[in-house]
Design a protein around this ligand. Structure first.
Ligand code: FMN
Length: 326
C-alpha cells in the first residue's frame, strides 16, 4: 500500500500519521499495540521499561521488549532518574534495534515519583537536562520525552521543562496535560498543550481525555499539536485509530478484532496467562452491550480458549443493545 506523506519527523524519522496509541503499563503489549498499529496508530510505544530491570536483565523483560517489524517506528520507553543508569540501559537496548528512546517524565504512581523518577523528575529540572544531554550525545537514535504539566498546581513548570528538553536535544515531547497531583482526576488542560506547541521548535504530541473522533478533531484544532495520543479511549476501542466511533462498529468487527487479539496473546504469553490477561480487554470490548451482564460471569471464569471463543461467537451472533454514548 502506498504510504501517505509524513505528518511530522522525529529527528529524521518520518511519521506517517497523527494518531498514536499511548504507552500503558498492562495494556500496550505487542498484541494490542500491533492491532492498534494495523488500524492506523502511527507508531508503537512500549509499556515503560525500568532501567534497573534492563541493566540486570530481568527475566520478564523479553516480553516487554518484543515487537513486530510491522509496528515500526518502535519507541522503547525507559523509566529512571539516574543519567548514568539510563545511558547504560539505553545503550544495552540498542541491540534490540528500537527506532526511538523515550524517557518517562509523567508516571504519577507514588512508588515511582516519590523516588524522583517518572513525574518526580519534573521537580529536578537539572536532572532532566543532565539525562537528555547524556542520552542525546550517546545514542544513535532520537531521544524523546513524555511529560506532565508539573508536580502540582503551584509548580506547573512545563514551559521550563520543555525549554530544557529542547536545549538538550530532545526530538519530540508528548504532553499528558495534567499535573502529577491530579493523577487522572479533573480534565486535561488542552490550553497548556496549545501554549507548549506555540513555543516549541520540535514536534508536540497532545494527550489527555481523547475518547471519540470529535475529541481528536477538537484537540488538533484547539492545540495545533502534531499528533494526538490516545490511551484509555483506545482500550476495547482500537477502531478509534481508523477514525470510527465505537457506536458505528459492528458486532462482526468486534468479534473479528477480539479473536485476532486473543490469537496474538495466546502464543505470546502462553495459553493460560494469555487468556487471563485478555479478560480485562474483553470487559472493555463488551461492556457497551447491555446483555454483557448475562454472560459476564461465565466468560470471565472460562479457562479454555476454544470454549471462550465459542461463548463469544454465540454472544456476538445475536443483535445486542448498544448502550454507551461513545
Ligand atoms: C493503565 C495505564 C497505564 C499507563 N502506563 C503508562 C506507561 O507505562 N508510560 C507512560 O508514559 N504513561 C502511562 N500511562 C499514561 C498514559 O500514557 C496517558 O498519558 C494517560 O492515560 C492520559 O491519556 P488518556 O486520557 O488518553 O488515557 C498509563 C495510563 C494508564 C491508564
Amino acid at each position: 500500500m502506498p504510504q501517505s506523506d509524513p505528518v511530522f519527523y522525529i529527528g529524521t524519522l518520518p511519521i506517517h500519521g497523527n494518531l498514536i496509541l499511548a504507552p500503558m503499563d498492562g495494556y500496550s503489549d505487542m498484541p494490542f499495540r500491533s492491532i492498534c498499529r494495523d488500524m492506523g496508530s502511527a507508531m508503537s510505544y512500549t509499556e515503560f521499561l525500568s532501567a534497573i530491570d534492563i541493566i540486570h536483565t530481568h527475566p520478564h523483560l523479553h516480553l516487554r521488549l518484543s515487537y513486530l517489524e510491522s509496528e515500526r517506528p518502535v519507541v522503547f520507553q525507559l523509566m529512571d532518574d539516574s543519567p548514568e543508569r539510563l545511558v547504560l540501559a539505553a545503550t544495552k537496548l540498542m541491540a534490540y534495534k528500537p527506532d526511538v528512546i523515550d524517557i518517562n517524565l509523567g508516571c504519577s504512581a507514588r512508588s515511582v515519583s516519590s523516588r524522583g523518577a517518572g513525574s518526580g523528575l519534573l521537580r529536578t529540572p537539572d536532572k532532566i537536562a543532565a539525562i537528555f544531554s547524556a542520552l542525546t550525545k550517546t545514542l544513535p537514535v532520537p531521544v524523546t520525552a513524555k511529560i506532565r504539566l508539573g508536580w502540582d498546581e503551584t509548580t506547573r513548570n512545563y514551559k521550563d521543562v520543555v525549554q530544557s528538553l529542547q536545549d538538550n536535544g530532545a526530538a519530540l515531547i508528548a504532553v499528558h496535560a495534567r499535573t502529577r497531583q491530579q493523577a487522572y482526576s479533573g480534565s486535561a488542560d488542552w490550553d497548556a498543550i496549545a501554549e507548549i506547541k506555540q513555543m516549541a521548535t520540535i514536534p508536540i504530541i497532545g494527550n489527555g481525555d481523547v475518547k471519540t473522533t470529535s475529541d481528536i478533531d477538537r484537540m488538533l484544532t484547539h492545540t495545533r499539536c502534531d499528533a494526538v495520543m490516545i490511551g484509555r479511549g483506545a482500550i476495547g476501542n482500537p477502531w478509534i485509530f481508523q477514525r470510527l466511533d465505537r457506536s458505528t462498529v459492528s458486532q462482526k468487527m468486534v468479534q473479528e478484532t477480539m479473536s485476532t487479539q486473543l490469537a496474538r496473546m495466546l502464543p505470546f504469553y502462553g495459553e493460560e496467562v494469555g487468556l487471563r490477561l485478555f479478560r480485562k480487554f474483553a470487559v472493555r470490548y463488551l461492556s457497551p452491550y447491555q446483555e454483557f451482564n448475562d454472560i459476564r460471569g461465565q466468560l470471565l471464569t472460562c479457562t479454555e480458549p476454544d470454549y471462550f471463543l465459542n461463548l463469544l461467537d454465540a454472544f456476538l451472533d445475536h443483535p445486542l443493545t448498544f448502550s454507551t454514548d461513545l
